[in-house]
Design a protein around this ligand. Structure first.
Ligand code: GLN
Length: 538
C-alpha cells in the first residue's frame, strides 16, 4: 500500500494499434497481483463526448460500465484483466474536457479571463487524471493516452503529463512509451530509428520516456537494447521487449519475464515482490489445453471487424477455458442470411449467438436464423437486439402476428412486440440517452438463467432504447416463450426463455461486458456447455 497515489502514463509512438491497452492492462495485472490497488484510465483525444455515437466500423465496440458510461473498448480489457469494475472516470475524451471547460465558462467561473488550451484545458485534463488517484481507492493509476505522439490532438495531453510530473515530484509519475521496432526483411534487421524519432518527438514536448516497451516480431538482441537505451536516454533494463503473442492473455507473463513490473515499481520507489498469478495461469492452462471443441455462429452485421464484438469474443474465450473447450467462433453476416440458405449456413453449428445491434440492416436474416435454431433445437443466445429478434420471430411464426416488429424498424407495425418505453419517447439527443448501465433483474424458478447464475438477484449492464412490450406478455407467455428475468421495479422483461427447447435464452442486457478471466460469465459458461452437449448428442 502506498501513502499517496502514484501515476504511470502510457504513450504510444511510431504507429497506432500497437496495443497500449493490453500493455497497460498487463502491467496493471502484475501490480495488482503484488497487492497494489491498481486502476487504468484511458484518455481519448477525439472530439466526440464518448464513443456511444460512433459507428462500430470507426472505433470498434462501445463498452458500457456499471455507472452507464459509454466508453472505449480498452476499458473492457481493463476489467477482463483486473476483475475490477471501471466507471466514467476511467474514460475521458477531448470532447468531454472541452464540454466541461465551456460549461464553466458559460457559468462565469473563469471570472472574465480568456479561456485557453493552456492552462484551462490542461488543468481540466490534470484534474480528470487525478480523480481516480484522489478517490483513495487506488495505489497506482495507469493512464493510457490514446493516439500517437506527434498527433496534433494529443498535444494538450502530453503537456498535462509534463506539468503533472513536476507537480507530483520525483518517483510519483513516470512515462512508459510504447513503440514499434520494425523488421526489414530485405535488410534482415530490426530497426531502432523510428523509436529514436518518436522518443525525440516526445522530448520536444518536454517529456522524457522512463521506460520503452518495444513491440517487435523478433527477439530484441542485447545489442539492440543497448542501442535503444543509449539513444533514447533510458537505462538498459528499462528497454522492454514486447514480442507478438498468440493470445493477449500471455502478455502479463511476457511482461513479467521482461521485468516490466520491477522497473516500474523501482522508478516509483515502491517495493516489488512476486506476483500471485495462480488464478490467471490456471485460466491460461485451461485455455491452451482444451479437451474438445465447439463451433458457435456469431450472427451480426459488423462481423468483418474483430473489434465490433470484442467483449463477446473474449467472453467465449473465458467460458471456453472454464469448460475446457475450444470455442471456434464463426462470423456470419446477417444480411446474407435468408429462409432459403439458413440450413446450409447454420446446420453445422453447435450453438448460435445473435448479436446486439441497431437499425434495420440485416434484421430479417437474424429472424430467419432464430427460427431455424428454434425449430432445430440448436442452443441459442440472443443478446439485446438478438433477444428482440427472438421475440419478433416467436410473435410472427408461433402467434401468427405476421407483421410483428420492433418500432425501431417499423413505426407503423400493427404488432409492436418491441417498442419504445414512455420515458424514451421524447428523447431527441442520441448520445447518452439510452437505458444504460447496471440494472437489477430477478430470475424466476426453474429457469436456465437461475441455474446458470446460481442466484436469483442479478445486476447486468444495458445499452438500448427499445424494450419487450408488456402489452404482449400474456399472449407470448401463453404460447410458450417465457419471461424468466424481470426488472423488479419496472416489470420490464430482461430475459426470455423457451422451456421446451434445449437451451434458448434471450437477454435484453449485455452479459459479455461482465465476463472476466477471474469470473467467466455464467450465461456464456452455460451456453458453451449446452453447445458441447448438443454436439456430443448430434
Ligand atoms: N437497437 C436496439 C435498441 O435500441 C438494440 C440495441 C442493442 O442491441 N444494443 O433497443
Amino acid at each position: 500500500m502506498t501513502t499517496h497515489p502514484k501515476y504511470v502514463f502510457v504513450t504510444g509512438g511510431v504507429s497506432s494499434s500497437l496495443g497500449k491497452g493490453i500493455i497497460a492492462a498487463s502491467l496493471a495485472k502484475l501490480l495488482q497481483a503484488q497487492g497494489y490497488r491498481t486502476t487504468i484510465q484511458k484518455l481519448d483525444p477525439y472530439i466526440n463526448i464518448d464513443p456511444g455515437t460512433l459507428n462500430p466500423y470507426e472505433h470498434g465496440e462501445c463498452y458500457v460500465t456499471d455507472d452507464g458510461a459509454e466508453t472505449d473498448l480498452d476499458l473492457g480489457h481493463y476489467e477482463r484483466f483486473l476483475n475490477v469494475p471501471t466507471s466514467q472516470a476511467n474514460n475521458v475524451t477531448t470532447g468531454r474536457i472541452y464540454q466541461s471547460v465551456i460549461d464553466k465558462e458559460r457559468r462565469g467561473e473563469f471570472l472574465g479571463k480568456t479561456v485557453q488550451v493552456i492552462p484551462h484545458i490542461t488543468d481540466e485534463i490534470k484534474h480528470r487524471i487525478q480523480i481516480l488517484g484522489n478517490s483513495g481507492d487506488y495505489d497506482i493509476v495507469i493512464t493510457e493516452i490514446g493516439g500517437t505522439v506527434g498527433d496534433i490532438e494529443s498535444l494538450p495531453y502530453i503537456e498535462a503529463v509534463r506539468q503533472l510530473q513536476w507537480d507530483l515530484g520525483e518517483h510519483n509519475a513516470i512515462v512508459i512509451h510504447l513503440t514499434l521496432v520494425p523488421y526489414l526483411s530485405a535488410a534482415g534487421e530490426l530497426k531502432t530509428k523510428p523509436t529514436q524519432h518518436s522518443v525525440k518527438t516526445l522530448m520536444e514536448s518536454g517529456v522524457q520516456a522512463d521506460i520503452l516497451v518495444c513491440r517487435t516480431e523478433h527477439e530484441l538482441s542485447d545489442g539492440i537494447k543497448t542501442k535503444l537505451a543509449r539513444f533514447c536516454n533510458v537505462e538498459k533494463e528499462s528497454v522492454i521487449q514486447s514480442i507478438d503473442a498468440s493470445t493477449i492473455y500471455d502478455v502479463p507473463n511476457l511482461m513479467l519475464d521482461e521485468g516490466l513490473d520491477k522497473v516500474v515499481l523501482k522508478k516509483l520507489d515502491l517495493s516489488s515482490g512476486t506476483p500471485d498469478l495462480a488464478r490467471w495461469n490456471e485460466f491460461l492452462k485451461r485455455h491452451k489445453n482444451p479437451k474438445s471443441e465447439v463451433t458457435v455462429g456469431l450472427i451480426g452485421k459488423y462481423v468483418e471487424l474483430q473489434d465490433s464484438y470484442k467483449s463477446i469474443l473474449e467472453a467465449f474465450i473465458h467460458a471456453g477455458a472454464e469448460n475446457e473447450v475450444k470455442v471456434k467462433v464463426e462470423s456470419i453476416h446477417s444480411e446474407y442470411l435468408s429462409k432459403e440458405n439458413v440450413e446450409e449456413k447454420l446446420s453445422h453449428l453447435d450453438g448460435i449467438l445473435v448479436a446486439p445491434g441497431f437499425g434495420e440492416r440485416g434484421i430479417e436474416g437474424k429472424i430467419d436464423a432464430v427460427r431455424y435454431v428454434r425449430e432445430n433445437n440448436i442452443p441459442f443466445l440472443g443478446i439485446c437486439l438478438g433477444m428482440q429478434m427472438a421475440v419478433i420471430e416467436y410473435a410472427r411464426n408461433i402467434l401468427g402476428l405476421r407483421d410483428a416488429n420492433s418500432t425501431e424498424m417499423d413505426e407503423q407495425t400493427s404488432h409492436p412486440v418491441i417498442a419504445l418505453m414512455e420515458s424514451q419517447k421524447n428523447v431527441v439527443n442520441k448520445g447518452g440517452t439510452m437505458r444504460l448501465g447496471s440494472w437489477d433483474c430477478e430470475l424466476t424458478d426453474n429457469s436456465i438463467s437461475l441455474k446458470s447464475y446460481g442466484q436469483s438477484q442479478i445486476k447486468e449492464r444495458h445499452r438500448h432504447r427499445f424494450e419487450f412490450n408488456n402489452d404482449y406478455k400474456e399472449q407470448i407467455e401463453a404460447a410458450g416463450l417465457k419471461a424468466t428475468g424481470l426488472n423488479p421495479e419496472t416489470g420490464l422483461v430482461e430475459i426470455i426463455e423457451l422451456p421446451t427447447h434445449n437451451w434458448f435464452v434471450g437477454v435484453q442486457y449485455h452479459p459479455e461486458y461482465k465476463s472476466t478471466v477471474a469470473n467467466p460469465h455464467p450465461l456464456f459458461v452455460s451456453f458453451v456447455a449446452a453447445a458441447l452437449a448438443y454436439k456430443t448428442n448430434k
